[in-house]
Design a protein around this ligand. Sequence first.
Ligand SMILES: Nc1ncnc2c1ncn2[C@@H]1O[C@H](COP(=O)(O)OP(=O)(O)OP(=O)(O)O)[C@@H](O)[C@H]1O
Length: 618
Amino acid sequence: MSQSSGKQVMSGLRTVKRDFSSNSVTSSSQTTDSGESSRQQKLSASERRLKLIQDALSGMSAPEEKKQPFSGPGRTVATGSNSNFTGSKRSAPADNQPAAKKRQLPSSWNTSFDEKSSSIASYSSTRTLSASASANSATKTTITVASTTQSSSKTSGVFLSQEQTHILKLVEAGESLFYTGSAGTGKSVLLREIIRVLRKRFSKTPDAIAITASTGIAACNIGGVTIHSFAGIGIGVDSAEQLTTRIRKNKKAMSRWLRTKVLIIDEVSMVDGDLFDKLAQIGSALRKDPRPFGGIQVIVTGDFFQLPPVAKGDPKFAFEADYWKKAVKKTFNLTKVFRQSDPEFVDMLNEMRFGRLTTDSITRFMRLSRPIQYDDGVSATELFPRREDVERANGTRMRTLNTETHEYTASHGGKLFGTEQGEKLLTNFMAPGKLTLKLGAQVMLIKNMDEMNVNGSMGTIVEFVEPNQYLQNPDDPYVASTKPGSKPNSAAPASKEPKKTAAMGMKWPVVEFTNPKRKMLIQPESWKVELPDGEVQISRTQLPLILAWAMSIHKSQGQTLERVKVDLARIFEKGQAYVALSRATSLEGLQVLNFDPAKVKAHPKVVEWSRTLEVVPV
Ligand SMILES: Nc1ncnc2c1ncn2[C@@H]1O[C@H](COP(=O)(O)OP(=O)(O)OP(=O)(O)O)[C@@H](O)[C@H]1O
């Protein structure tokens, strides 16, 4: 998908006319999601929100660093830490693939973890070979291997819009600010760029930047920790004075507060207003500086039209906090929508965001119930509010595939690994602890591999191969760019090189992606949660794939999907319908069942507040 440069697709209550650079991007963005706990499936909506917050409360007292692979079921037949690959073999193209169009993606697509990680992460996988689709008849072989975490930082051109650039410059100038914007306006893209720039600036004192978010999932998404974890405030219910006393007794938390120069808070919509005030006061007290947050530069972002703070009654939003205006000197509303290029669709989504649909839009949404046929075998991803529905839908599709089963079990590390807190943190990773794949399975990439295959790219598993047997298509732009003598493409994925270490017989999936049509060997990647001082709390190494016939709305947050199917009859929370439908890039790729205008609701306080939100001209 490319943005149509001629259109001005804008969003927000107040939009301003500006010239924006045209950008072409297909799909992207980083997200993580809660994972495996079946307990979580049974929780009510508010309980789940509460659990998210509780999940965020880990990391207060870290035990000694641990790092150990998960031992998967079955028989361990090989340890591959010393079995090296000698390099990829290239021969005839696997198929005649059209020259793929390059995407313009920010260089910050990959988290700092990717950039830094060259360490060996053990990866253990369980490959279940089964002649039939029945799991019972499976012959199991467990192969334990070690693989190198790929380093795939990008230096490709960043084409931030004018308004994104303006905000980035103010951040660089040391301004404290808040920026928001509707779905698809590039908040995450900008945040990643901000983080990249700040990391570069503070490369000698990395703990000067505190990257935080309101929930563990959101924090994982940006390679940070929860705001509670950073602040050392437990669940944060005590008074600011009590919490200050508590932090003073916690050497590490105290040092974090004193060393931080920039505090990033993502998904601020879920930060309670009282908590925001407490944090502002705690910073002043600890740093002996009367300014909010003790003079730390704060960069706050999020969309208040999405999930509200967890509250028994009416939530108190961060924008209602006494210190909000004092702490956040400038407020921006990103207005250019990147995800959708169709102005009609953008308008419909906007109306939905504000919970005020016109009759026309209702009719148009209703019409989206028609079935859509795709001829390349990749169906629309069905979005469900509940995880059990997702598992059921993916499971049903998997069972129809009469092909061998491959099971990949993640390996883990970090100081909290093996503790209850660590287990909770692991639920925030998008990558599952155990990944079961089959030939023909529809999958989604959950990490940016290069300019073309990014987080959100959809495809089908067409092969399982040993990496040293994999023949890369020589027509692939990355192969071309790394011919002897040519300058290597800095954005080229490390994955096209076989991982340095893998057990003999270990097979990884080859995915044929749809847009652009291209095959890629997928090997393990690592994710981690770390504190600003670099202390890794928890890490997971797993294949960067998830099954993608169905996905939870929660997991889809932050994703850009070309084919989406949503049954709104299942929606039960404010903002869910908006999040789900706004993942789609076009009306053509969106099917909506049981559209009900009554389910499209926005919080009145947010609607009211958004009226006062000025768009600062850039
Ligand atoms: N400057 C840009 N140039 C080109 N594409 C961009 C730019 N900024 C964002 N995009 C694209 O727009 C899409 C949405 O971006 P992003 O996920 O950052 O939006 P968001 O505001 O965080 O959305 P959401 O609130 O739905 O998570 C992505 O596909 C991304 O690649």
